[in-house]
Design a binder for this molecule. Structure first.
Ligand code: AMP
Length: 359
């Protein structure tokens, strides 16, 4: 693919804050953007050149998006695979729809990761209570039961601890009767993630891993550098590169890992998109994850992923957005708000990155 000409339009499926920041990065590189999102005046559309207000799987809307875009990308991993395939029949779609398939179902995801030599927690598919009993027995009575699809930020999960005498009958129905997966319970020392990218020419780049702390199942803080050894950082980078190469990927990916006491890694999740734990790159790197993604999908050379500063990024959830005046008074702090009118509990309203020292 030749680089997209200046002024070309990039279609973005999904209208949240990630789409907003992609639209802003695209504008900086001289591109236009159009967002497909059912909610009018969504965060992404506020920063884009246009919005198609329609469901992600509306055939008319997909046809219009394909017609008006030179390339299409997406900002969330639950884009219907059929919609991505429909688009891909008439316009380049990056990352490839195959990456969506790998990321949407935890069973497919872990099987894929293990298949390319990347270790994960142990796992067993669970479709009924009998399978749950069997699977728990394999993991010595402890595990996390998760929905295979559509779970995020810790939603759709139930913890089982060895010897806690939980009643298992009805457990599968209580999770909504949907296909489930039981994962072995990992004893980790920290959680990290890495943001990496693959260009159209196959070039690879990775940011430094971030160490992540969650609150109520939502990312609270990402700190860079992570408290890990160079060997562990190398292992995270190599795993991300293996995933990108195996998927013939174009764009930015986020990969989350558990770090074990001996420094080894278990991959937890892949996100075929820009990622919350990479927001720090807009403040601590010359080229943010958002620009990196736009460069990749536009067929431009990838940018330098080195960081110039140490930093910590924190999400502003719900009313925390009211801290804005106090945060803006702090030197070395970069604030980013998402243009959401209503600060509901648990809603990501913005984030800030505090630069903590030069590299
Ligand atoms: P997830 O939705 O898979 O990202 O899980 C949300 C959080 O639950 C993770 O960030 C971990 O803190 C925790 N968690 C998920 N899976 C496991 C596991 N197999 N063992 C231990 N903790 C886990």
């Amino acid at each position: 693919m030749k680089p997209l000409p200046l002024g070309a339009t990039i279609g973005i499926v999904g209208g949240g804050q990630l789409g907003r920041m992609l639209a802003m990065a695209a504008a900086r590189l001289g591109y236009r953007t159009i967002v497909l999102e059912p909610q009018a005046d969504c965060p992404a559309a506020q920063a884009a050149n246009g919005q198609i207000v329609a469901a992600y799987d509306s055939p008319d809307a997909l046809a219009e998006l394909a017609r008006r875009s030179a390339v299409v990308t997406y900002e969330f991993e639950n884009v219907p695979v059929e919609a991505a395939a429909t688009l891909a029949a008439s316009v380049p779609v990056f990352p490839p729809p195959r990456a969506l398939e790998a990321a949407q179902d935890r069973l497919v995801e872990k099987t894929f990761l293990n298949g390319i030599g990347i270790a994960t927690a142990g796992f067993r598919p669970v479709d009924d209570d009998a399978q749950l009993v069997e699977a728990l027995a394999v993991f010595d009575g402890a595990g996390i039961l998760k929905t295979r699809r559509l779970g995020y930020d810790g939603k759709g999960q139930r913890l089982f601890l060895a010897g806690d005498g939980q009643v298992l009958s009805g457990a599968v129905a209580a999770m909504g009767g949907v296909p489930l997966i039981l994962e072995s319970l990992v004893t980790f020392t920290r959680e990290i993630s890495i943001i990496a990218a693959r260009g159209f020419d196959g070039a690879l780049a990775a940011y430094d891993p971030a160490e992540n702390v969650h609150r109520d199942g939502i990312l609270h803080r990402s700190t860079v550098p992570a408290g890990i050894s160079p060997d562990t950082a190398d292992a995270a980078r190599e795993a991300a590169f293996a995933i990108l190469t195996a998927l013939d990927y174009v764009g930015v990916i986020g990969v989350e890992f558990f770090v074990l006491a001996d420094g080894s890694l278990l991959a937890n999740e892949i996100a075929p998109r820009v990622h919350n734990s990479g927001h720090w790159t807009e403040a601590a790197c010359a080229i943010s994850q958002f620009e990196q993604h736009i460069r990749a999908v536009a067929g431009l050379p990838l940018g330098d992923a080195r960081r110039h500063s140490d930093c910590e990024m924190e999400n502003l959830i719900g009313d925390e957005v009211l801290r804005t005046p106090e945060l803006l008074a702090e030197p070395g702090l970069v604030l980013h708000l998402y243009g959401k009118a209503e600060a509901r509990p648990g809603r990501k309203m913005g984030h800030f990155t505090r630069l903590t020292g030069c590299v």
